[in-house]
Design a protein around this ligand. Structure first.
Ligand code: NAI
Length: 581
């Protein structure tokens, strides 16, 4: 009986599932049929990029209201926070990719896999890829990677043929251009980095690192290798103690302790992981307790952190380092992962210069107003790592506000008085509303006498402090994602032909939801300080479960959720695949 009921239930579920898929397909076909009724004279929105900033725009924008065209050299979205896991094989490559075309089925969005090489803000035109090589081919690899890739190339002559394939260049006019191209790796022009070090920014980087780790172990296992050479081959150096460097060092340590120790027993004692950081510690951008926790954790895990140490150069077999106040020395190693932050792409730099450096004076990013509109360029918006918001100085606005209101007595001010004033004047000073959360948080800290009042001098100092803090939003996925959602909502709601399209729309407001990072051995850190949730910073196993649940829910589709779950299970039950494929 049980067998019969079970079979019936299973069949029922399967039929229901197929019916659901069929209904979805019908919906998509209907959406396709709607092409004929698209409004005439729609404005064209061109989106550059398929990363954390661009994706929410593409997913959220009304593609019937606008003609939307996306241009990017990558036809997939990459789940960048999981790249360190991919670099050691905890997670497989396809798990962290979402096909752009699949995600946009049912939306009227055109996609061109091409690289935008020039933006002409005067003609409102972009120029895309003259003789653009197909992205990700072997032909685009760096010289230093060719040895590793030869093995792959031999078995795939088609891949080599593809590397000579080119695509024609083209121009595209826009009414709105959304620049969400991210940034590139910062090397500070350190000699040898581009030639010999590995970055960890794109999927091919992670793939190459995975192959290089396998290569180092196989080379060290060869007969006749001297003890010195073996130690060099098994020394892995990570440069930069930001989240990327820390997460990679942690994942690599897991790979060594959980998998490589089983298959390369004799080599394990010679394995060394060193993290070099110019500042006094790692994760300095987070709460102090987190930085200390991570340092202690790394010391327990035998990850050697060389703080206050600059990397001055990278050669084929070593890194040149300089500790503060000491001479330059050299450490032999086989693999260097370079994670010292980001810098603007040439495209962004060129656009900045085309607009004029008088308006675009920030060399690190495109300056926008609070509606994410690039200053000095009509119709261009920028978000994510390639943009920075020019927040109006709060101190100045508040001074004017108080002069106008003339309500401050005794040169003292309470939080309630400040809030009441802002409420009253919100229509005239919308930017103040944006700062009130920050003021509320900092007021109690600054209220040294704890009488609920600050002198005007103290209050101005507090605003100054917030001004400085709030000026630069961090270059994180979280910021780009929120900005992308904001832009989609903004474009959907405005009347593009109105004289002042943003008069009924409030400026972008970043809501910090906390930071997470994996630190190895099933431990993570969470920094919720500065959020509205809890004023909490914690590290350990619980944080790790939260880290995993968070990224699991962040995966865009059920397909990649399933892949991620099975990758984690596979790695735990059967170990990581350590072969060089
Ligand atoms: P980062 O800018 O956060 O850290 C780079 C580190 O490298 C700095 O601590 C700097 O002092 C050090 N450094 C620079 N030059 C050096 C040299 N020559 N020698 C030794 N050390 C040197 O860079 P990262 O980790 O690549 O992150 C980039 C951005 O992405 C950041 O805004 C970060 O917050 C974000 N991110 C966030 C993640 C998360 O929330 N889990 C994960 C990865 C990145």
């Amino acid at each position: 009986k049980r067998l019969v009921y079970g079979t019936l239930a299973g069949t029922g579920a399967y039929v229901g599932y197929r019916a659901y898929l069929f209904q979805q397909r019908v919906k998509l076909e209907q959406a396709d049929d709607l092409v004929g009724v698209l409004p005439e004279g729609r404005k064209r929105v061109v989106v550059l990029g398929t990363g954390w900033g661009a994706m929410p725009v593409l997913r959220g924008i009304d593609s019937f209201k606008y003609e939307v065209v996306c241009v990017s050299p990558r036809n997939y979205f990459l789940m960048t926070p999981l790249l360190p896991s991919v670099a050691v094989g905890t997670v497989e490559t396809r798990t962290v990719c979402e096909s752009l075309r699949s995600m946009l089925v049912g939306k009227k969005i055109k996609f061109y896999e091409a690289e935008c090489q020039e933006i002409d803000p005067k003609r409102k035109v972009i120029v895309c890829g003259e003789n653009h090589k197909v992205h990700g081919d072997l032909g685009t690899m760096r010289e230093s990677d060719k040895d590793v890739s030869k093995v792959v190339a031999k078995s795939s002559s088609r891949a080599i043929a593809d590397s000579t394939r080119t695509r024609p260049s083209f121009e595209l006019e826009y009414d709105y251009l959304i620049v969400a191209v991210g940034a590139e790796n910062q090397t500070f022009n350190t000699p040898g980095v581009k030639e010999h070090a590995h970055f960890l920014k794109e999927l091919p980087d992670a793939r190459r690192i995975r192959a290089a780790i396998s290569d180092a172990f196989e080379s060290a296992a060869m007969p006749g290798v001297s003890a010195d050479e073996r130690q060099r081959l098994l020394h892995f150096v990570v440069v930069g103690g930001g989240p990327t460097g820390v997460e990679f060092a942690a994942e690599l340590n897991d790979l060594v302790n959980e998998d490589l120790n089983l298959v390369h027993k004799k080599l394990i004692d010679d394995v060394k992981i060193t993290l070099v950081e110019a500042l006094p510690g790692v994760l300095t951008m987070y709460d102090k307790s987190i930085a200390e926790y991570t340092m202690k954790h790394f010391s327990r895990e035998h990850i050697d952190v060389m703080a206050n140490t600059f990397v001055k150069g990278v050669t084929a077999q070593s890194v040149k380092i300089q500790k503060k106040g000491e001479d330059i020395s050299e450490i032999p190693c086989a693999l260097v992962v370079w994670a010292t932050g980001i810098k603007p792409r040439p495209l962004v730099d060129d656009l900045r210069k085309a607009i004029g450096e008088a308006v675009q004076s920030n060399r690190r990013a495109l300056v926008t107003n609070q509606y994410l509109e690039v200053k000095g360029a009509d119709g261009i918006m920028a978000l994510g790592d390639c943009a920075t918001i020019d927040f109006p100085k709060m101190v100045e606005s508040v001074k004017i506000l108080f002069e106008e209101a003339d309500t401050v007595k005794d040169d003292r001010l309470s939080l309630a008085e400040f809030q009441a004033l802002v409420k009253q004047k919100a229509h005239a000073y919308p930017q103040l509303e944006f700062f009130t959360d920050a003021v509320e948080r900092h007021f109690k800290e600054a209220d040294l006498n704890a009488d609920g009042y600050l002198s005007m001098e103290e209050f101005h100092a507090l605003l100054d402090k917030i001004d400085k803090k709030i000026k630069i939003l961090p270059a994180t996925a979280q910021v780009a994602n929120q900005q992308g959602m904001y832009l989609a909502a903004y474009l959907n709601s405005i009347d593009p032909n109105a004289e002042d399209p943003h008069q009924f729309f409030s400026p972008f407001q970043y809501k910090h939801m906390g930071s997470l990072a994996y630190i190895g051995s099933d431990e993570a850190i969470i920094d919720l300080t500065g959020t509205k949730l809890f004023n909490l910073a914690l590290g350990g196993r619980n944080a790790f479960y939260l880290w995993r649940s968070f990224y699991f829910t962040e995966m865009f589709t059920m397909r990649t959720k399933m892949l991620l779950f099975s990758d984690w299970m596979r790695a735990k039950l059967y170990g990581r695949d350590i072969s060089r494929v």
